[in-house]
Design a protein around this ligand. Sequence first.
Ligand SMILES: [Zn+2]
Length: 450
Amino acid sequence: MTTSCPSSGPPARNGADCVVLGRLIDFAGDPAAFGAAAVRDLPGGALALKEGRIVWRGAAAGLPAEFGDAPQRDYGRCLVLPGFVDPHIHFPQYRILAAGGRGLLDWLDRFAFPEEQRYADGDHAAAAAEMFLDLLLAHGTTAALVFSTVHEEAADRLFAAAERRGMAVAAGKTLMDRNAPAALRDSAETGLRASERLYARWHGRGRLRYALSPRFAVTSGAAQLAAAGEFLKSYPDALMQTHLSETEEEIAEVVRLFPDCADYTDVYDRFGLLGPASLFAHGVHLSARERGRLGEAGSAVVHCPTSNAFLGSGLFDIGPYSPDGGTGAPRLAVATDIGGGTGYSLPATLGSAYRTAQLRGRRLAPERAFYLATFGNAEALGMEGEIGRLEPGFFADLAVLDPRATPLLAAREALSETLADTLLALMILGDDRIVRASWVAGRQLHPGPG
Ligand SMILES: [Zn+2]
């Protein structure tokens, strides 16, 4: 699984453990808000890495002498980006992509719920966790916010596998006390206690964090949502993840189940689930009131374009999330939502977001798209001081992309005149073949040896 960092020679005693060379691309902020100044593109760049973090960045020609003896890994004209961050993905659905349901609720019943029942077996969960995390790394994704199943042990197995890789993973046991098969249901009390135990075991251990994970308001009753709100009061440094306003059928069901609430967002709001560490997946059909309330609370809406297209959920509109789209919008993040989503590649997911924007009469600039998949998603997870940029002090989590990975990409790249051209080609034509390497905390984990 692990390739040691240096390509040759022992690590330098002082200075750096190794130096990575390539075209450095990262984003100091949202290019839609800050313009070209937020985009950093440094061909012939160098990163000096030490003890898992970046200690220096700059032009290779200006590499300080103290790093001169460190082993080097030269990626030439490949792009060296911060590792991608996937802020909404389901570990137990890692292999149920391309399962055609009639819509979200039908898909859950026919595919997701039967598959998730297998995770009562800890050995099954352990093997799945290995495959899941290796798939993330094979696609350049080095950090994620993850739904596990209802089973406590499955979450343990996922955390343990992430810890072995040194990955920044936030995850949680799914809470679900109704409208699901009996084998996948907990209760307000048992779900709360299991979440507390998992938090105690894993939160803050290495790079791991706990995320309270009520699946959505259809599968959690009032008592369970109230318990979730109490958990967040007790553990304010935990994350919260759930689903919101994905399909019209789902919204109608939530309105029926919570007739006293003003709208879907209000359900979560009444139980204290909104806040700056809360991420709401989808938000396809939110009203202006709901967006305003989510923005006021500092929460994030996670756009999952391939999932929305595959399940026929609707066309998310990025317009209100643009700097000129009005004030008070929630933070925007972009995710794969495997297994409703159709691929692990964040660049390809950005390509889907681009197409969705086109269909809504909007434009998603490629630089903004890659900002979202790196620093923007890190900000949504509250990890903006640690990941998402190529900056001294940040973890050395890297995605190395080859814009000439295939004959077609190479031919297309020959026409590219700007960084935006190169990035858009990767979004539209790219898949796991564009990922030359993935590094986690200064170690190349993909490709592994052999
Ligand atoms: Zn989801």
